[in-house]
Design a binder for this molecule. Structure first.
Ligand SMILES: CC(C)(COP(=O)(O)OP(=O)(O)OC[C@H]1O[C@@H](n2cnc3c(N)ncnc32)[C@H](O)[C@@H]1OP(=O)(O)O)[C@@H](O)C(=O)NCCC(=O)NCCS
Length: 432
């Protein structure tokens, strides 16, 4: 919660971002910078804009939720960066901005005539932040989307049931995960620039970001050399391990036995489930709660190693109990005993949870084309840098404003740029 005496200043106030990003990975990064108070100037192709504006459209004629939920707190300028006057404007933007963020296909910026060397020549203080699918190596020239990264970063091979195919995750770890990593690189580079006065190049490969998030699976890969991974269910089930970290279903990665168990109503509700962790420290409490107090002292049940071969039986018994309770009742009963459980929340339940709106984690935003929509707000809370989520810009909504206020074009010069076609068709009056 914000302090009453909080200053209206935001952490990144005064920082200008040349946002040359599109689709998801780059926009998530610049959206966070916008939430922190940076002035994010989104450069978009005239008449077309970010491809997501027109992807998965739910309200005909309006920007899609795909776009609006990834591009809050930004201004939009239409600019053809391959046209001579467009290049002149882009050069002016590079001069004025502190950070250039891009996630084009490898080599696209060079082909436009804006290599890192050229960008540094124009503005030695600028930080250039890029997302690519892969780092230097045999795949460096590939175009990459979310699922490719989830697979190449080791997430898919370690997600899913042991006897099923690899699975991609529901969380967008390839795109949004990479955006977060890049964002951290940018603010760190801004911090260093305070001391050196120099900008630098920051790059994050999507494969690397996913791998970083799947770090514990690389831990397990190395542990395999010392024998089977006994916290994986397959160990207790007597299924041999292969050469690579296996898929572990819903086992918990921290070494404590854990499963997803059915709760009351599971027959009709696909999300009537709870996660249930059976830590050693609360074994006695679990036995009491599920009505098996004798397991506390029963031979073969008292220590975690003894229980490893019986986890299927134990969790089946716990599930008999959880199936008599709703997932929320399970939480209410188990929490006082410090038994770690977590209800499987649907997106509908999350969207209806008013407490998330109270903290700004969920927000309601007004949009001139779509009316009110829900969005996920800023998940990072800072006591002295308040976040106000503002709607995404319409395509080119701020073209003239940016040309004049940020870049100082006026009079004939402004007319020359606007008349050249490099900045698209100027709309009469930006929607409010
Ligand atoms: C996401 C990705 C696969 C999309 O590919 P794409 O739709 O073909 O888009 P590209 O980045 O190749 O850009 C297409 C062209 O538009 C051009 N373009 C983009 N903005 C422009 C503008 N404002 N004015 C003129 N041309 C523009 C680019 O220069 C490029 O031209 P080129 O092919 O002649 O070099 C690709 O950009 C990529 O691999 N990005 C890096 C990884 C990434 O972020 N992936 C996740 C996205 S969620």
């Amino acid at each position: 919660m914000l302090n009453e005496s909080v200053s209206p200043m935001k952490a990144l106030e005064g920082i200008k971002i040349l946002d040359f990003t599109h689709v998801q990975s780059g926009p998530t990064c610049t959206q966070i910078l916008g939430w922190f108070g940076a002035d994010v100037l989104k450069v978009e192709r005239p008449g077309v804009g970010d491809a997501t504006r027109k992807q998965l459209v739910d309200v005909p004629g309006a920007d899609s939720l795909y776009f609006t939920m990834l591009n809050h707190n930004k201004r939009s300028i239409e600019l053809n960066s391959k046209n001579e006057i467009g290049k002149e404007v882009l050069t002016r933007l590079i001069e004025e901005c502190d950070v250039l963020v891009e996630n084009f296909a490898p080599g696209a910026l060079d082909r436009m005539g804006f290599s890192w060397e050229r960008i540094q020549e124009i503005n030695p203080r600028i930080i250039m932040a890029s997302i690519k699918g892969f780092g230097p190596g045999k795949y460096q020239d590939c175009k990459v989307y979310e699922n490719v990264a989830r697979c190449a970063g080791g997430s898919a091979s370690t997600t899913g049931l042991l006897d099923g195919p690899p699975l991609v995750t529901g969380a967008q770890i390839g795109d949004s995960g990479t955006g977060l990593h890049l964002c951290l690189g940018i603010v760190t580079a801004l911090f260093q620039r305070e001391k050196t006065g120099r900008g630098q190049k920051v790059t994050t490969a999507m494969q690397d970001a996913v791998l970083n998030l799947a770090r514990v699976k690389m831990r397990d890969q190395q542990r395999l050399a010392s024998g089977p991974l006994n916290e994986y269910s397959q160990f207790g089930e007597g299924i041999p391990f292969g050469e690579a970290t296996p898929r572990a279903g819903n086992d918990s990665g921290g070494g404590q036995p854990g499963r997803i168990l059915k709760c009351k109503g599971w027959e009709d509700d696909p999300n009537a489930y709870t996660y249930f962790i059976c830590q050693a420290a609360i074994w006695d409490k679990v036995c009491d709660v599920i009505g098996e107090p004798e397991w506390k002292t029963k031979e073969g049940y008292t220590t975690p190693p003894e229980r490893l071969g019986k986890l299927n039986e134990i969790f089946a018994r716990i599930e008999q109990w959880t199936m008599t309770k709703t997932k929320f009742e399970v939480m209410d009963i188990c929490n006082p005993f410090n038994i770690p459980v977590g209800p499987i929340l649907s997106m509908k339940e999350i969207a209806e949870d008013e407490s998330l709106y109270a903290t700004g984690t969920m927000v309601r935003v007004n949009h001139p084309e779509r009316g009110e929509y829900l969005s996920v707000g800023c998940p990072i809370k800072m006591s002295d840098s308040p976040v106000e989520v503002t709607r995404s810009p319409l395509l080119g909504e701020h073209t003239v404003e940016i040309l004049s206020e940020v870049l100082g074009y006026s009079g004939e010069e402004l007319d020359r740029v606007v008349g050249s076609g490099a900045v698209g068709e100027i709309k009469a009056e930006a929607a409010q």
